[in-house]
Structures are given as C-alpha cells and as structure tokens.
Design a protein around this ligand. Structure first.
Ligand SMILES: C[S@@+](CC[C@H](N)C(=O)[O-])C[C@H]1O[C@@H](n2cnc3c(N)ncnc32)[C@H](O)[C@@H]1O
Length: 253
C-alpha cells in the first residue's frame, strides 16, 4: 500500500514546533548554557564551508540556507567577511540556484583570506569590497554593484557594537527588497549576562552594547521589517536567535 503524501503535514509540523520552541524560555536557557560550555572549545570557529572557515554555528548556516532558497535573491550583501566561509557558502547556494552574487564588505581583507576566496571555485559569484561598512565611500561602491531591479538580501556580521550595528541597519536596511531578509548576526550576546558573555573574541560585547539592542532599536523606528517567528523560534544553539531573519518581510509585501 502506498504511503500517503505527507509533505505538507511535515512542513506544518516544522512550523508548529518551531513556534512552540520559540516560546519555550526554559529550552532557550538550556541552549544558552550549552553554548557557554561549548565556547570553551571555540565552537563557532570549528566549521568550514567547502574548505574555508565559516565563523557560524550550524543552525545559523541552515537557517540562512532556508532563507536564501525560499527567497532566491539576486544580490546578497554581507558585512564582515573574515576568512570567507560565509560569503562562499552563500555564493555556493546562488550557484546552485543559477544566478546572483554575494558582495562581501570588510574593513580588513587580509591577503591570505583574499587568496582563499579569490582562488575558490565559488569566487565567480563573490565581489569583495574593502572598507568600513558604513563609510559613505563603501556604501557608494556597494550600491554601484547592485543591478537595477535586483532582489537584495543583507547579512550584518561585522563590528558587533550597538552603534555600529544600528548604523548598518539604517544604511543597509533600505537596500533589502520586499520579500527578502536581513540577518543580524550575534544577537545571542544580548541574552547573556556579563559573567557568561563569550570571551574568546577580538572584541568583547556585553548586553546593551551588542547586535540585539541595535536590532530592537531599529525595529522600533521602522515598519519595513518584521521578525520571522518560525525561523527564529527554532534558532537555539544559534549565535543569532531573533536575528537571523531579525527583520524580514516588508509589511506591505
Ligand atoms: C565575525 S567576523 C565575520 C565572520 C564571517 N561573516 C563568517 O561567517 O565567517 C567579523 C568581521 O568584521 C570585520 N569588521 C569589523 N569592523 C568592521 C567595519 N567597521 N566594517 C566592515 N567590516 C568590519 C572584521 O574585519 C571581521 O573580519
């Protein structure tokens, strides 16, 4: 006897359970405990994408993949390139989709990292721009790379101070197309008290001066975005709970 087609049921269950998980404060607290424990081992630095280090947790990579596949942007702008794994990851999805490019913006693109990116098979879908992400010159170069009518998605993962992330939201938020997403990375720090905030970083951020505070301020001043509750609900063991789609669809979409 053939199995019934339960694809929709399966997807409905994802939605139901993700929303329920998003409301489970106790599960989220346990997830934070696990992440604090795992940070002793540099857990977010242990992964590579197609051979290149990607400084993300697996759940965030999966959620970003879901967003890109669902919305199929033509241009993805990422601020904060580091070793390049994230721009190459998103470029590889665009390669499978068959269109588009990733614009990677970083204030300091080191020669060896540029080498890893530019000599990677996915580099054909990557454009690197070196400069401060909210500098007017950088923004002009980014805008010049966006073709007329392109569907644009944004990932903000550079300087995680509140003021900088808020400035990025204001600069890059208006570039996001209706129906596309903006990802604000490292919002988890906004859930961590000082005694458990991650220490193994080039800069240490604390509650109040981190991306979640910036995102909340930005969401209060714009009605362009709304948090995707399904995606964020399942973002436990994540650097970006409440932020990976942290904004998303224009309300009039
Ligand atoms: C967390 S890492 C990015 C990780 C990367 N997105 C990934 O997933 O592998 C942060 C990066 O932001 C860059 N950065 C810091 N301040 C910046 C600024 N004002 N403008 C642009 N990039 C900046 C740093 O040079 C660093 O490479």
């Amino acid at each position: 006897m053939p199995y019934p087609d339960d694809r929709q049921e399966f997807l409905d269950n994802i939605e139901r359970q993700s929303l329920a998980l998003g409301d489970d404060a106790a599960a989220f607290a346990k997830s934070l405990d696990v992440m604090v424990e795992l940070d002793k081992y540099d857990y977010s630095y242990l992964w590579t994408w197609m051979g290149v280090p990607i400084i993300q947790l697996p759940a965030d990579i999966m959620a970003t993949q879901e967003v890109i596949w669902a919305t199929k942007p033509d241009v993805i702008i990422e601020t904060g390139v580091a070793r390049g794994g994230s721009v190459l990851f998103m470029a590889s999805l665009l390669e499978v989709i068959g269109k588009g490019k990733v614009i990677g913006v970083d204030i300091d693109i080191r020669a060896h990292n540029r080498d890893s990116i530019e000599n990677h098979p996915m580099s054909k879908r990557v454009t690197l721009i070196e400069g401060g992400s909210v500098d007017e010159g950088t923004l002009a170069r980014v805008r010049a790379e966006i073709p007329e009518g392109a569907r644009v998605m944004v990932v903000l993962d550079s300087d995680h101070s509140r003021d900088h992330v808020l400035a990025e939201c204001r600069a890059y938020g208006p570039m996001v197309s209706p129906g596309c997403y903006m990802v604000v990375a490292d919002t988890v720090v906004g859930h961590m008290d000082k005694d458990i905030a991650p220490t193994k970083r080039s800069h240490q951020w604390f509650k109040g001066n981190e991306p979640l505070s910036a995102l909340n301020d930005y969401l209060a001043e714009t009605d362009r975005f709304e948090v995707d509750k399904v995606l964020n609900g399942k973002l436990v063991l994540s650097s970006s709970p409440g932020g990976i789609s942290g904004a998303g669809r224009w309300k009039n979409d």
